[in-house]
Design a protein around this ligand. Structure first.
Ligand SMILES: [Zn+2]
Length: 290
């Protein structure tokens, strides 16, 4: 993306130089022609490189429509106009991020669910690029802390994670967990949405549960206070927020975001302050009136 922006700026620069030279007509046509030719060749070369770098965005395949509408409630609830937007945003996402199956073939259902999970949290923004994501590795099952398969139920089994260090710009997901997240969309549990919210949180350089890229400054202090109050309630056994949310601020943000996108009405009623800040930050007021 940075290279494209740089090339576009260069191309604009050459264009302006050319235009200035012609407009001012300081040079006779005889002297101008080599300048014009060099500038035109420069612009043509830059445009060619931009085309080569830019991946084409495919059209949304007709066969995916049934998969999307049968598996993703969020999509079904959108207006026809927004459904069109949602599909084109999914395809843009898929043109920017590669999905690789680890010992499995990626199926259409996987692509649809991953792209939908990526777009749901950022659909309130007219444009969004996950600049901190290049690859998604899809494992068939849960995996361990060294990315190995885990069958032993007593060991730590990871459903999804976003990589750091040598694994940065990668997301790892268990296909089992990805599909489970969309099989019951009222249980406030969705692994893929959880991981994409981690990426949004990390875009400001810190995974701290305060997504300053989307959260207005005025909400950060109230948000921190709320996190601590709500985590205390979890510890006291007086909360319907999944206990994993009490792990730390980062996990709290991802866990309540799952709740927000799967049960917005319930969150608004049970935790109105959480709903308000999340709704303002994600720019989505998705709770339907009773
Ligand atoms: Zn997490």
């Amino acid at each position: 993306m940075v290279i494209l922006r740089l090339l576009l700026s260069l191309s604009t620069f050459f264009g302006i130089v050319l235009w200035t030279v012609i407009a001012e007509q300081r040079l006779s046509l005889y002297y101008m022609s080599p300048i014009i030719i060099i500038a035109l060749v420069g612009i043509a070369l830059i445009l060619l490189v931009i085309r080569l770098f830019k991946k084409d965005v495919d059209a949304f395949p007709d066969s995916w429509e049934a998969i999307l509408s049968s598996h993703v409630h969020y999509y079904r609830d959108l207006s026809p106009e927004n459904q069109l937007k949602f599909k084109s945003r999914m395809m843009l996402f898929l043109s920017e991020v590669s999905i690789e199956g680890i010992e499995i073939e990626i199926e259409d259902l996987d692509k649809v669910l991953i792209a939908a999970s990526a777009i749901i949290p950022v659909f309130g923004f007219s444009e969004w690029h996950y600049n901190n994501l290049d690859y998604i590795l899809l494992y068939p099952e849960y995996f361990g802390t060294d990315y190995e398969y885990i069958e032993d139920q007593s060991k730590t089994r990871i459903a999804g994670m976003v990589g750091t260090g040598h694994m940065s710009n990668r997301m790892i997901l268990s296909r089992h967990a990805l599909r489970l997240g969309f099989s019951d969309q009222e249980d406030r549990y969705n692994t893929a949405i959880h991981e994409f919210v981690h990426l949004i949180d990390m875009l400001d350089g810190e995974a701290d549960g305060i997504p300053t890229i989307i959260m207005e400054h005025q909400y950060t202090i109230p948000w921190l206070d709320l996190i601590h109050k709500k985590i205390d309630e979890i510890y006291e056994g007086q909360s319907d927020i999944r206990p994993y949310g009490a792990t730390n601020q980062t996990e709290f943000l991802s866990v309540v975001s799952e709740y927000f996108f799967e049960r917005p009405e319930m969150l608004k009623e049970t935790h109105p302050e959480l709903y308000k800040i999340l709704s303002k930050s994600f720019k989505q007021n998705i709770a339907r009136p009773n």
